[in-house]
Design a protein around this ligand. Sequence first.
Ligand SMILES: [Zn+2]
Length: 490
Amino acid sequence: MNWLGYGVLAIIGVFVIVTIIRAGFFTQKKTEYPPLADEAVDEARVLESLAQAIQIPTVSYPEHERVNWDEFARFRDFLTTRYPLITKNLEREIVCEASVIYRWKGTNPALEPIAMLSHQDVVPVTPGTEDDWEQPAFSGYNDGEFLWGRGSLDMKNHLICVMEAVEALLAEGFVPERDVYLCFGHDEEVVASDDAGAKSIAELLRSRGIHLDSVLDEGGAWLKASVPHVLDGWLAGIGISEKGYADFEIALSAKGGHSSAPPNHSALGELALAIQDVEKHQFKTKLFPFLPQLLESVGRVSSYPARLLLCNTRLIKALIRAVMKRIPMAACMVRTTTAATMAMGSPACNVLPQRASAIFNFRMLPGTTIADVEKHLHKVIRNKNAEIRFVKGKEASPFSPTDSRAFQTIARLCEQMNDKSIIAPYLVMGGTDACFYEIICENVNRFSPFEITAALMGCTHATNERIPVATVAKGVVFFKRYLREMAGKA
Ligand SMILES: [Zn+2]
């Protein structure tokens, strides 16, 4: 071996020794906080409120005429009677047909208000799957372990716990210094809607010259992170941004005619080639700083062998990227995703299509715009006869800062209320109403204070959506503390 070989060996040797030692010290730094004051919660009442809320099927649809608006009226009436102190003390406005704003006036008008967001609507139960539910989807049935029903996780749990927290604080005589807005949209589940309730609320507040100190909406939760002998914690994912959304239609036209005398490629065949062009040219991957930070946070509470790898996340960024882009569940965190979702050809088996079209759904990373996606499509589709049409979408959100009072309060409460919390600021893959508030707020955080397993999380929007009974009251305690800290002090 020559001197170069020895040199390389020596460098590897030093790296290994440093890593072995570093991994030993690579542990979570715990901050000692003064103990939290107890918060009273009437758990039985909270569970009953949630059950009643689930029993009102506030299902939203993209088509206005399909929505049963009476159910939304019933839901508002339910809130009015179930929360008499809120009804008496807060001003309520109905915006955009069924969205609701409550304003809890603070004592100091010089301070910027805060907003607590939720959506009242839920997704429908897929027709034909009603009987697959162990308990009926709108039963709100409580079997002692789970409370069942559509909206129990997304997100009547969150909405009801916010209402319970405010009602309890009112009963205890708490007076906020800042204005507190409770903003409940009615069509969050209708993705990228042009006339979203939340958009109207945010625009209305802006028209009144209101700028918000902070917004808290759904997004992350305490997710059980448990791998035997490696990790036993709760990942407290706090969403600080959300991906963009864009639907594009790609279409090709042809003469059509009888299918007995077809050309080599019909319009549908040409379209298939265009679809392949798009799928073969995926967007480049990008590792935002939150990801190595997240892996490091997980590493600090993992067992020693895992720490050997995870203490070097900053050095092995390229490797992380390469691994993540091969796993679809992980790839969406490092790239703008491309999904061909719908296609249409001719109306009959024996007719050549005069026009064939497909829809692509893109979820953009922050930094990639709808215009960038359109440019990308024009570049990668070789057939220049392809029509490329933007259908609908919304831009990705900017990242909210993690050194804000709002983020720090959420993170600290997480640590204090669950000592196995691993705080993880992250990018929300789906969409929330929170993005509409960016026009009046820089501190937009997305966190629902409930302890959930990944398996349960998978029931959201699916069959057997249910929430563990034991975690519901924790949501009220969290929101009471959050409100005391965020609205009670300057
Ligand atoms: Zn939701």
